[in-house]
Design a binder for this molecule. Structure first.
Ligand SMILES: C[S@@+](CC[C@H](N)C(=O)[O-])C[C@H]1O[C@@H](n2cnc3c(N)ncnc32)[C@H](O)[C@@H]1O
Length: 322
């Protein structure tokens, strides 16, 4: 008699020998079709990966990523998409570098790619819900910046983990005369150099440093009217994120505002991101966002709002100070 140990939905291990059940089979078939250059196959790969991610145990998921997804010859086809390739290989040593985000913003459009599959792969990644959400996030912060500049006299602004600070390109209102200072902080020197090169007339003050230094009371001096951070909290564990939130809040002037953005759990692209992009984020729902405020005394908070961008992939939390 064959003894079979089921370790999760879709994968069975038969005394050391594993074989595929329907969900992995569907993934394998979609990957086979990628090699045949069937244009719809990559979308199907994304959908099946999402389904698997949502249903199988962590152990089975890791097995599927390693033994079904990344070991399939279709990976060569999939890695032709330069954005997927960069995410997976992390040339700057960390996920989500600003060059990757420039791809998502459409600032590197792949029109120079010779290979048709590469162009198609990039197009698919670019039209995915998470990529659209990242572009929404940028537009929303640019609007908020304009609003702050319109409604406050010479505000002091801090962008935390600014990357290439592309919102500057969408915010005509931001000029050196319109703000007292605009500090752009990032750990990545190359990114800050690019900000100064691409936005020479915005009066940006770069600040090179890691957010952990903020907790050691290093960082830009003084207080700010508007502090925001996009694409950083998605990498921070909850204990550190709570301390950082309190630290940033304490850097606000009275009536100042802190904005934090974070991806929500269960997004459609999570399976593809965690497999072919090796891009694992810390996802937060509304409750987890509210928990970030734990170290801030209630009486110091004037108002908190949480809302999603139109794709409902990213939440914004806006906290204002009394
Ligand atoms: C996903 S990018 C987001 C960039 C930009 N805020 C945007 O929305 O386009 C993340 C940025 O966070 C920066 N970063 C990551 N960890 C950091 C840390 N511990 N301290 C400071 N910056 C950090 C990276 O260098 C990178 O530029």
């Amino acid at each position: 008699m064959i003894r079979r140990k089921v370790v999760g939905v879709g994968l069975s291990i038969n005394e050391g020998k594993s074989y595929l059940l329907p969900t992995e089979q569907a993934l394998k078939q979609a990957l086979d079709r990628c090699i045949e250059k069937d244009p719809s196959a990559i979308e199907e790969v994304r959908d099946v990966l999402h389904g698997l991610h949502q249903t199988v145990s962590k152990q089975v998921w890791e097995h599927v990523v390693e033994n079904v997804a990344l070991s399939h010859p279709a990976r060569h086809e999939i890695f032709k998409d330069p954005l997927t390739h960069r995410a997976f290989n992390k040339p700057r040593g960390y996920a989500g570098d600003a060059v990757m985000i420039d791809y998502l913003y459409g600032l590197i459009d792949g029109s120079d790619l010779d290979d048709e599959s590469a162009r198609y792969g990039l197009k698919v990644t670019m039209r995915s819900p998470s990529a659209r959400a990242v572009r929404n996030r940028l537009r929303m912060i640019a609007d908020r910046l304009s609003q702050k500049i319109e409604t406050r006299t010479l505000p002091e602004i801090l962008s935390v983990a600014c990357g290439h600070c592309r919102e500057l390109g969408l915010c005509d209102d931001l000029t050196p005369d319109a703000v007292k200072r605009f500090v752009a902080m990032d750990q990545d020197k190359e990114s800050l150099e690019l900000v100064l090169r691409d936005y020479p007339n915005k009066g940006v003050e770069p600040f090179e440093g890691s957010v952990s230094s903020l907790l050691k009371n290093r960082g830009p001096e003084g207080k700010f009217d508007f502090i925001y951070s996009l694409g950083l909290y998605d990498y921070l564990g909850q204990p550190f994120a709570r301390k950082l939130t309190a630290n940033l809040f304490n850097r606000l002037h009275p009536n100042g505002e802190l904005v934090i953005a974070n991806f929500v759990p269960n997004i459609r692209d999570v399976g593809y991101m965690e497999s072919f992009m090796a891009w694992n984020l810390v996802y937060r729902d509304r409750a987890a966002m509210m928990e970030l405020l734990e170290f801030i005394p209630d009486e110091q908070i004037k108002c908190t709002q949480i809302f999603a961008e139109p794709e409902c992939n990213i939440l914004f939390m806006v906290v204002s100070r009394n």
